[in-house]
Design a protein around this ligand. Sequence first.
Ligand code: ATP
Ligand code: MG
Length: 576
Amino acid sequence: MTQDMDALQSAAGGVGAPPGAGSNAWAEARSLIDGWRGGINIAHEALDRHVISGHGGDLAIRWLGKSGERRDLTYADLQAEANRFANVLADHGLKPGDSVFAMAGRVPGLYAAALGTLKAGLVFTPLFSAFGPEPVRTRMEIGSANVLVTTEAIYRRKIAPWAQEIRTLKLILILGDDAPEGCVALGPAMASASPKFETVATRPEDPALIHFTSGTTGKPKGAVHVHNAVLYHAFSGRKALGLGPGVTYWCTADPGWVTGTSYGIISPLVNRARMLIDEAEFDLERWYSTVQDEKVEVWYSAPTAIRMMMREGAEVARPYDFSSLRFLASVGEPLNPEAVTWSAGVFGQPFHDNWWQTETGGIMIANCPGMEVKPGSMGKPLPGVVAGIVEREDGTLRELGPGEIGELALRPGWPSMMRAYLNEQARYDKCFVDGWYLSGDLAMRDADGYFWFVGRADDLIKTSGHLIGPFEVESALIEHDAVAEAGVIGVPDETAGEIVKAYVTLNPGYTPSEALERDIRGHARKKLGPAVAPRDVVFRKTLPKTRSGKIMRRLLKARELGLPEGDISTLETDET
Ligand code: ATP
Ligand code: MG
């Protein structure tokens, strides 16, 4: 693993920032972290630094268990747990650079494992706990896993049958007091390990985390991130989310995805916030009571959850007191303008959209606190981030002006940029062209510098000479009273090239009928004009989504056309 990582690091070295890009901002970002003994270590910034500076008694995590349990951990408590975990790794002969995978729900042990791994200089890869056996196995093989941290139930059900075949795997740690044969129970191992551990002085470019992408457009890629990313986690958490010491913060994303780690572990801890962790899955009334009872100030969630709130209606929200909320943000998918205005009405604050990717490691474009929100826009690049809209022209890129649609690109050089795709050098290299990092998303910048998401490059629909982004059509559809969610694709057509087809789910109280279909199409025609409005609207009970909540348009299309479904390892079980 260590060798692979060295190769990856040097491969990543070819991409340089244009002189001066971001330098002031990165100097500011640098000033937010400690850095120490000539190195940078994410866990040092997240824990040790606060304990050293006398804040060990501050609340780091308030954990809410599925069945009503609560546990508070101060920065000193969490540091001690992470230290014990780091000692367990060291006691088993694991070395910096080795690879630790974790697959467990949102339980305190997972957070201690993540931070302990980073303290010990090993590389942490979180996997979503609901993945089936095959996706776990593939990812552990690609990532040459040396250690797996999991629960007994997950181990027995999903991992035991093939664990022996992962040749790199040396240690399986089971959360709790008992472990099946061949595994080590973490409870007793932690209890007998020392709560003291000298954090490894990792170098800024040492690999720290591997995150697999959501698999929305195809086979998930393993993006490698380094310890230096912590500069950007510190900086962007302040700028884009308003995190700071003592701020009560709730990120609803699971650490199995990049949001749940960058902004569900690292950024809040580095900024010394009070972090709320809810083990339970989405439950509307539980969420509303949590915001109210825990006096959440900053709330970071995703469009899929917001649309579920909207589906249940503003009435359900009315009995709750949301006056603690100061800032609401959303990421992962385009945030429909309807969701922005709805949330402003219900919570007294709109959800602020921001845009980034597993590859960028942190928020790149955002509606930051204090900025005027244009509903439907992703906002503006963060200070230091240079974003552009580009078009390919004979192997080079041409930057487009305001109002023009092209690929959203970034100037490389921000600290949390991925350094490699695991085992996929060619795919990684293809992301960098002509001094830009290409995101694969299409967008437009307006004259005020706000960026507007159009669609994934693969999802663009070409119909009778028009280029249509699905987001625009979906946003218009969900403004219809009956429509809860919409997924829009292009279907081949002899005369038009492609025609626009929509799949929708309905709000409670509505049932599919021809009349309703006509009405929805009529509404879309009025909003969008006949060239852009969907020709066909199909009712569905659910839309195919990734487990991180993103609509999988490629699957709607493959099923429509009877084509192979491709990699569906991140697909949430759906009804078609
Ligand atoms: P894969 O790369 O495997 O297909 P993915 O792109 O969904 O999966 P992520 O890195 O989790 O994996 O998601 C990043 C993508 O999510 C972005 O490229 C963009 O398409 C979409 N996205 C994220 N935030 C926003 C946003 N605010 N508005 C629109 N799209 C967004
Ligand atoms: Mg992607």
